[in-house]
Design a protein around this ligand. Sequence first.
Ligand code: APR
Ligand code: PHB
Length: 391
Amino acid sequence: MRTTVGIIGAGPAGLLLARLLHDAGIDSVVLESRDRTYVEHRQRAGILEQGTVDVLREVGAGARMDGEGLRHDGIELRFAKQRHRVDFPALAGGRSVMVYAQTEVCKDLIALQLAEGGPLLFEAEALAVEDADSDRPRVRFRHEGREDVLECDYVVGCDGFWGVARKAIPARLTQVFERTYPFAWLGILADVPPSHDELVYARHDRGFALLSMRSPSVSRLYLQVPEGTDADSWSDDAIWAELERRFETADDWRLARGPITQKSVTPMRSYVHEPMRYGRLFLAGDAAHIVPPTGAKGLNLAVGDVVTFARALTYAKEKGSAELLDAYSETCLRRVWQAERFSYDMTSLLHRAPDATAFEDRLQLARLERISSSRAAETDLAEAYTGFPFG
Ligand code: APR
Ligand code: PHB
C-alpha cells in the first residue's frame, strides 16, 4: 500500500489530521490497532479550547458539538469552604471553552472519515516505522492476520503514549523530560444532573476533587486518590461521602447523588519527548507528550500539533519549501511547554501530596487567595485555561 501521509493511531490526533489533510487535497491512510467500538467508547477528558472548537467546525465536524456541547464561560475554584468564580470571557479577550466529550469528538471524526475520507483501518497494528530518515519512510503493520507495509512520503505517529512511532527516533538524538506524581484520579460517571453549571476545582486537606459533566443529565466527578489505587476498592457510598466532604461550602450548596455507571483510575504524569520530529517521521499528541489532566490540556495539545503539521505540509506543497516542516518540533514544543507548565501549576495548586507539610498547605491557600483577589493572577489562569494560540 502507498500513500502520501501514513498516520498511526485513530485517537483525536490521527483522526483530525486525516480530515485536515483531506481538506488540503493530501491523501493519507490511518492505521489503528484497536477496533472501532473500543476507540468510540474510551472515556477521556471533555474540555475543548476555543481554538479546538474552531478547527472542528472548519473540518465539518462541528454540527453535533454545536448542538450538544455546553459552552462554559468560567470555572469555580473551591477552597477553605469558599467559592471563587473565574470569568473567562472577561479576563481572556472574550474566549470560553466547550464541554464536549473526547469520545464524541472521535465518533464525529470517524463518521466523517468513513463517509468521505481516505482509508481508516481498524485492527491494523503498526509494528515499526522504518527508514524515517529517508525520502521513503515505511510503516510495517499487521492487519487481518497478515503483515503488510505502508509506503509513505511522511509518517505521523499519533499512536499515544504506548505507541511504536517514538521508538524509531534514535536514542542518541532524544531527550525525555518526565515527572510522575504520587497520586491518581478516581473518576466516575453518574446519572445525575451536575450539581453546578460550571466545573468546580476543589482544594481540600483530604485531597483534590473535580466536578465536571458530560451532559445536562450526566455528571463526571473525580477524587484524588493514592497512586496505584484499585477503583473497585471504593464503594459508591464511600465515593459520594468523600466527594461531599471535599466540595463542602460555607453556604447551602449541596452535591446531588445518583447511580454510578462507570469507575476508573487515571494515573498522573508529565512527559515530553524532544525532538518531535526525526527526518520524515513526526510525532503528535500523546505520542510526544503527556500532561496531568488537571488543566484539561491533553486533547487540545494534540489538536495544536496536527494543525501545525497540516499547515506545514500544505505550505511545502504550495510553496515548495520545507521551512515549516523543519520548524515543526520547535513550533509545537513552545506550546507544549506552556501547557506542561500550566498543568503542573494547576496540579500542585490543588492536590495534596502524601508528604505535604503545613507550610505547603498554607502556600496553596495563599496562591488560591492570590488568584481570587488579583486580576493579574486570575487573568494568567484564564488565558492558559482557554488556550494558547496554535504555532
Ligand atoms: N498501531 C496502531 N495504532 C496504535 C498503536 C499501534 N502500534 N499504538 C497505539 N495506537 C492507537 C491507540 O489505540 C489509540 O487509538 O493510537 C491511538 C492514540 O490515541 P490517543 O491515546 O487518544 O492519543 P492522541 O490522539 O494523541 O490524543 C490525545 O488523548 O490520552 C488522551 O489526554 C489525552 O486527550 C488527550 C488525547
Ligand atoms: C473531564 O470532564 O473529564 C475533565 C474536565 C476538566 C479537567 C479534567 C477532566 O481538568
